[in-house]
Design a binder for this molecule. Structure first.
Ligand code: NOJ
Length: 558
């Protein structure tokens, strides 16, 4: 058997650095703040940190608008702090994964400023003249901003392409010189000791030749068909592999690849094709997202079916990356659980459901204590660029009712995932001693690390147990996965992990009702074996052998 790579069995912890810990009391989280929490992270048992962008940036899109790939954002610290973070993390056996935001830069990057002045970097970006009678170069609309993807600077006769905000001009990957620059940036960071990259929207870097109009019957005129998984992307990734990754065999290349099918995901990550190691797909987390930011009902069955489709995809050969929350999503327990009545139960059930699935695991900061959606009273406190543009678009263009738009924003806004970490119950949640750059959530007195460390029945203690349970049972790393298709009561979903004749069954209740789960014929034990654990037992709650309580998860072994 070939030796497994470190990331195959890893639990990656994603950090949004501006909101983790503020070490210098300016209200903004920073790198030294993260250094101060490495012992906490080591005890939690995670293997790697994925840092959202830490590069110099004007912060129009939270650092996903990079102004200098070789500098650390002043708000977050210095290059020395970054070097220290890498060193201290490595001492604790924690790897560091950086963002590679290479589909676009900030409009404040010197390449773009030079391009505006028609200098040597002009062709690093994608420029096009408008159509004859003063129209835009093509009809593509951005699915992220609801606006055209083209902007014409005042002083220019051409438009530049930007799939995201106009402050994020797209790079021209068909230019070899640009690609060489990106490879140099990667080598620079790898030589500093980072262990991998999460590659932002990497499946959008290749655009169709001639940038043709999308057919007018394309929903909302979104241009994805001409830039998502466009064939040239594979040529660029193979080149990146040859020029960079092959020289750093332990480097993790994890690509963000929205809109892929399992076959397309495999085309990026099949090891023999030498492109990426892992992909991030979004089908299961977007299951309740309607068009234009509308919130749909969350249906556990659809969610479960989607996850199982990916888990078993391509004959169990996909290297899945499993996550339920991220900096772009609502808080997991608010999204799929029940915050009002079963916060601890649903947070721990979801954690178990996730972490015992097959693949590389990613948890998002704050999930380990059950942090919830932020629920600001004042809608103006939602400050993320995408929250603002979705709000404006729905009110002004769709003419949707304000109450509906506000309700959906509260449920889905990215701000939910970006507010300060809750360390203790002091003012500003122990994140900082001054007012944070983003308003705290008002439940930090109840939900915080300090009080959960003192409570043996807390979500945090459960996470620690669960992480070590996963890590010490090979079945969860290398075992095969099988959905449980037996006739389970409504709201109950499960799967089996199997390795070397050891058979674990994970049975989860996604609803707030208690259901019977055994009959006189002992069907449960003959099917699943012995019940070895339940989140209820670990939380100090009463669990019954023949019932599954609201949001309970039971683990069986055979
Ligand atoms: C995907 C990132 O996850 C998101 O936060 C960002 O806004 C876009 N890419 C643009 O970089």
């Amino acid at each position: 058997m070939t030796k497994r790579k470190w990331w195959q069995d890893a639990i990656i912890y994603e950090i949004y650095p501006r909101s983790y810990v503020d070490s210098n009391n300016d209200g903004i989280g920073d790198l030294m703040g993260i250094v101060s929490k490495l012992d906490y992270l080591q005890t939690l048992g995670i293997n790697a940190l994925w840092l959202c962008p830490v590069y110099e940036t004007p912060n129009v899109d939270s650092g996903y608008d990079v102004a200098d790939y070789y500098k650390i954002a002043k708000d977050l610290g210095t290059m020395k702090h970054m070097e220290l973070l890498i060193e201290e993390a490595h001492k604790r056996d924690i790897k560091i994964i950086m963002e590679l935001v290479a589909n676009h830069t900030s409009n404040k990057h010197y390449w773009f400023i030079n391009a505006l002045n028609k200098g040597r970097y002009r062709d690093f970006y994608i420029w096009k003249k408008g159509k004859n009678n003063g129209e835009l170069p093509n009809n593509w609309m951005s699915s992220k901003t609801g606006k055209s993807v083209w902007t014409k600077p005042k002083t220019d006769d051409e438009y530049y392409l930007h799939l995201y905000t106009e402050a994020q001009p797209d790079l021209n990957w068909s230019n070899r010189e640009l690609r060489t620059e990106i490879y140099s940036i990667m080598k620079f960071w790898l030589n500093k000791g980072v262990d991998g990259f999460r590659m932002d929207v990497i499946n959008k870097i290749a655009k169709a030749e001639g940038l043709p109009d999308v057919p007018t019957n394309t929903p909302f005129l979104y241009g994805e068909m001409y830039f998502e998984n466009y064939p040239d992307v594979h040529r660029y990734l193979k080149e990146m592999y040859e020029e960079v990754l092959v020289h750093y065999p332990d480097c993790l290349a994890m690509g963000q690849t929205s809109g892929v099918s399992p076959e397309q995901a495999y085309a990026y990550t099949n090891p023999s094709l030498k492109e990426l190691n892992l992909f991030l797909q979004f089908e299961h987390v977007n299951i309740d997202y309607g068009k234009e930011g509308k919130k749909l009902e969350f249906l556990p069955k659809e969610f479960y079916d989607s996850i199982m489709k990916w888990q078993t995809g391509i004959d169990n050969k996909l290297n899945n990356t499993v996550f339920l929350g991220s900096h772009d999503l609502p808080r997991t327990v608010s999204h799929y659980g029940n915050v009002s009545d079963y916060l601890k139960e649903s947070a721990t059930m979801l954690a178990t459901f996730q972490l015992l699935l097959k693949g590389t695991q990613v948890i998002y900061y704050g999930e380990e204590i059950g942090m919830t959606n932020v629920n600001y009273v004042d809608i103006n406190d939602y400050i993320d660029t995408r929250s603002r543009s979705t709000y404006d678009y729905r009110i002004n263009v769709c003419k949707d009712k304000v109450v509906d738009v506000e309700q959906d924003l509260r449920a889905l806004a990215r701000d939910n995932a970006r507010y300060p970490m809750q360390w203790n119950n002091s003012t500003f949640s122990g994140f900082s001693s001054v007012k944070p750059w983003m308003k705290n959530c008002n439940n930090y007195e109840q939900i915080n690390v300090e009080c959960q460390l003192e409570d043996n029945y807390s979500v945090l203690k459960y996470y620690k147990w669960l992480i070590s349970f996963k890590k010490t049972n090979a079945t969860f790393n290398i075992g095969k996965i099988f959905p449980i298709n037996d006739k389970l009561p409504e709201g109950i979903y499960g799967y089996r992990r199997v390795y070397n004749n050891i058979n674990y069954s994970i049975i989860c209740n996604f609803e707030a009702t208690t259901v019977d789960f055994a009959d006189e014929t002992h069907q449960v034990s003959s099917l699943y074996g012995v019940e070895i654990d339940s989140n209820y037992i670990k939380l100090g709650l009463v669990s019954k052998l023949n019932k599954i309580k609201p949001y309970e998860v039971k683990i069986y072994k055979k």
